[in-house]
Each structure stands twice: as C-alpha cells, then as structure tokens.
Design a protein around this ligand. Structure first.
Ligand code: NAP
Length: 464
C-alpha cells in the first residue's frame, strides 16, 4: 500500500490522483487536501464564468473523487493547520498541486493606489473566491486599463464588456453581476508592452471579442506588421493575429464600449489623487529578438480601474525549497525532495491549458512508483485524521461538497448553473445542512463521514 497526499484540488491535483489510481489500482490511498471547503481550484475560481464548457471537466474529476481509494479533505490548510513535515510523516508521498493563485507584482510607482487590482483578485471577485468576494472594484468609468496581452486579460475585458443578458447563463456571482450592471465603463484599454506578433492570446478567446453585443475591439492598423510577416508565425498565433487584422479592418457598428488594443505600450507609473486616475505608458520598440525597450515617448491613459494581468506565482510553503525568481517550488522534473513532489503550475509556472496538467500527473505517478516503495508503515489518512481530531479541525468531505453543490444549484438564478456561496461560513453552513434527499446525490462509500462526526478513525478498510 502507498499512501499519497495531494495538496490542492484543482486540475493538477485531480490529474495526479487519477494517474496514481491507474498506476497503483487498489494498492494506493489518496487524500486530496484543499484549504477551501470546495474542490476544483482553478476550474471554480479561475476559468471565466461564461466558459461553462471548460468547467465541464470537473465531472471527470468527480469520477476520481468518488472512487473508493480517493478522499477529499477540504477546509484544511497545509502550512497553517498541519505542517508539511507532519504531512510527510503520515504519507509515503506528498504532491503539491497548489497552483499559482497569487498575482505577480506590478512593479511600477502607484501600483498600490486604490483601483489597481491584480487579476487573481479581480477574477476571484467575479468568480466568488472567498478571499476576494468583498473586493468592490471601482467600475465608475469611463476608463479601465488592463495590463498584459494574455488570455486572462481577454477574460477580464470580456467580463467587463458583456451585457447582463450575455452573462445570464454564466455562473458569475450575483454581487459581480449587479456591480457590472451598474458599471459605466466605456473604454477598456488593453496594454501590451510588445506587439501583435508577441501576444499570448489564443485564437478562440481573442475571436470572442469580435462577437460582443455592446463592445467593439479596436486595433490601430499602424501597429500591425506587414501581412507577409505572419507567414513566420505558428498556425495558432497566425489565427490570433488574423483576428487583430480583422478588428483593425472592421467598421464600428455603434457599440457603446470600445476595447482598445494599445500595443508597444509599457506601463511605467500609475497616478491619481488618492486613487488610480491614469496609467503612464512608455512607448516601446522591439529588437530583432522581439524584446521591448522604451523609446522615452510617453502618453497617459485615463483609468479609474487598472487590472494587472501579467501572470501568477505560487505562494511559498514553510519548509519547502522555493525558486523566488520563477515564483514556484524549486524542483527537478517535479521532484522537490525525497517523497515530496509538485505538479501543474506549482511545478512549471502559470502556463498552458487545463489539459497541460495531465502529463504532470502521469509523470509524478511514475516517479512515485520508481522512488517511493509501498509498505513503509506510515499511517496515511489515519494519521491525518488523528491530527484533525486532536486539533478539532472542521474539515469538509466530498459528500459535504455535494451538499454545497446541490444548494448552489438550487439557488441559481434562472438559466444559470449555480449561485456560489462566497464566504467560508456560508460554505460550511451549506456543507452541514441536513440532507435533502431531493437535492443530494447518493453518498460515495469512500467519503469519510467519520470526519464530519469527529471520530478519530475511518470506518472499515478505506483508511488503512
Ligand atoms: P500569460 O499568458 O503569461 O500572459 C501574461 C502577459 O502579461 C503577457 O502578454 C506578458 O507580456 C505580459 N506582462 C508580463 N509582465 C508584464 C509587465 N511587467 N508589464 C506589462 N506586461 C507584462 O498569463 P495569463 O494571461 O495570466 O495566463 C496564464 C495561463 O492561463 C496562460 O497559459 C493562459 O493561456 C491560460 N489561460 C487560458 C484561458 C483559456 O484558454 N480560455 C483563459 C485564461 C488563462 P510579455 O509577453 O511581453 O512578457
């Protein structure tokens, strides 16, 4: 028997559990631990609320969660409630799948002014992350600036620009929908420090900007390289650049909001009287390697809201070697220390799609097979349960999560899949609500109801 703890229940965590299950069959017990009382990490809190088809992958993770040898332990923070050393004492292998939920800092003067918000916070706000639900971003317009030319910048621009009708079938939280309905932003400027050929936007997501009801993307034709130059791009990037060319050629159809692409524009300061009022931008030029340098020419872009979408980092964890420069755990192909591994964004940094995390899970399962012999005598989940009981921690099981999920579906506005609870107390209350047989799916035999009842040991062989 191998006992494996996976810290983090987003895509990388579940792909790891799935791969370990395939690799070891009945000879493994996997606990997926999350600091929040809900699973799925990025799927719930990062993926845009109007991209429901992407969120559908959580059904696959649910299959993993419901299998006998996998257990979800939510509302348990490693590093606060239980240390990494204690976890390592309990399990044969610990896999950190903690993602990259922290904004890379925007290192310009004025970035601490009210109204300047990182994308983790802004996306967390509209997606109902308990850390960010109370954010109240200033949406009083008319100007907003989004810094960065990646897909997160596109998500933020699209959510700011969509009408309430366009968001109706999404799972955007009621507080964000109401705030956006009252917003008066009419000019969203997306700042790219490099040019159209250097964008990190994928074609499908960029193309969506051209389909919005009340907003039009605007590109200055003078920013586009000669069309022949696109031949050197890979096919996906060529498609993205073609969208920019189409935006540049399109006539405005009277939409009241413009989404303006300001290329070769590097933010150098944010100014305002006690709050963000404008972004000072230095125009750039590119060298033949595609690197940007400042020209000394500056312009100001008026904005009461500045959302910095320049990438994320993994928070450090006491006792785990950390690569400050790259903002992720120090690791060699996913191995941090003997018995301690990392996967996903915590391993590679914040890049790629959700599916990119799958091979990481397979690779770490292979490493555990090669490097971590079973039968070590470590207690696995029984040991964790002892710590939980001794500390009186109120953890959430997968069955509890199913109660939360059913309650969120039951209170959704018409046409929406769910209305999320956005605070830990609300989530815990929903988890502890009496079972309503009409709402609650059948319980998995694997779920440790003993945790909810406070018993120190799991019933039966599941925890052995
Ligand atoms: P990203 O793709 O790495 O893009 C970050 C952007 O920020 C780049 O354009 C970068 O420009 C710019 N940037 C970095 N530092 C900057 C600075 N100091 N000043 C100005 N600009 C700066 O990151 P992301 O948008 O956060 O996305 C993270 C990952 O999630 C990506 O893999 C993305 O594709 C994925 N994602 C996918 C979807 C989807 O598929 N629907 C949605 C959201 C996110 P340079 O190139 O010049 O460094």
């Amino acid at each position: 028997m191998r006992h494996v703890a996976v810290v983090g229940s987003g895509p990388a965590g579940y792909y790891t559990a799935e791969a370990a299950q395939k690799r070891f069959g009945d000879a493994v017990r996997i606990d997926i631990i999350d600091r929040l009382p809900v699973p799925y990490g990025l799927i719930r809190f990062g993926v845009a609320p109007d991209h429901q088809s992407i969120k559908g992958v959580s059904r696959r993770y649910e299959q993993v969660a419901l299998s006998d040898n996998v257990r979800f332990v939510g509302n348990l923070e490693i590093g606060r409630d239980v240390s990494i050393a204690e976890l390592a004492d309990c399990y044969d292998a610990v896999v950190l799948a903690t993602g990259a939920p922290v904004d890379r800092p925007l290192a310009v003067p004025g970035s601490d002014l009210p109204g300047v918000i990182g994308s983790a916070a802004f996306v967390g706000w509209y997606n109902g992350h308990p850390d960010w639900a109370a954010l109240a971003p200033p949406l009083g317009g008319p100007g907003a600036v989004i810094i960065g030319n990646g897909n997160v910048a596109l998500d933020v621009a699209r959510i700011l620009a969509k009408t309430p009708d366009e968001l109706a079938a999404s799972d955007i939280c009621a507080h964000a929908l109401a705030a956006l309905e009252a917003a008066t932003i009419t000019r969203i400027t997306i700042l790219g420090r490099r040019g159209p050929h250097q964008i990190a936007m994928t074609p499908k997501e960029l193309g969506e900007l051209g389909t919005l009801t009340r907003a039009a993307p605007v590109v200055d034709p003078a920013d586009l390289p000669p069309p022949d130059a696109d031949a050197a791009l890979d096919p996906g990037q060529r498609k993205s650049v073609q969208h920019l060319r189409d935006f540049a050629a399109a006539a405005r159809a009277g939409q009241p909001i413009e989404i303006l692409f300001d290329f070769f524009a590097s933010p150098v300061a944010i100014e305002g009287d006690g709050r963000a009022e404008r972004v000072i931008v230095e125009e750039t030029r590119l060298d033949d390697q595609g690197r940007a340098s400042g020209t000394g020419r500056r312009h100001a872009v008026a904005a009461g809201l500045v959302v910095s979408c320049i990438g994320y980092q993994t928070p450090p964890l006491a006792g785990v070697p950390y690569d400050q420069g790259r903002g992720r755990f120090e690791n060699e192909d996913g191995r941090i220390l003997p018995g301690l591994y990392c996967v996903g964004w915590a391993r590679r940094g914040p890049s790629g799609t959700i599916g990119t995390n799958r091979p990481d899970g397979q690779a770490v399962a292979d490493r555990i097979a090669a490097e971590v012999p079973g039968g070590s005598g470590r207690p696995g989940r029984t040991g964790l349960d002892r710590l939980i009981a001794a500390r009186g921690l109120d953890v959430v099981t997968f069955r509890d999560w199913q109660r939360i999920e059913a309650a969120e579906a039951a209170r959704a506005r018409a046409g929406a899949p769910r209305e999320k609870f956005v605070s830990i107390p609300e989530l815990i209350a929903a988890a502890r609500a009496d079972d309503d047989p009409r709402l609650i799916p059948p319980a998995s035999p694997a779920i440790g109801a003993h945790l909810a009842s406070g018993a120190a040991r799991p019933p039966g062989p599941v925890g052995e």
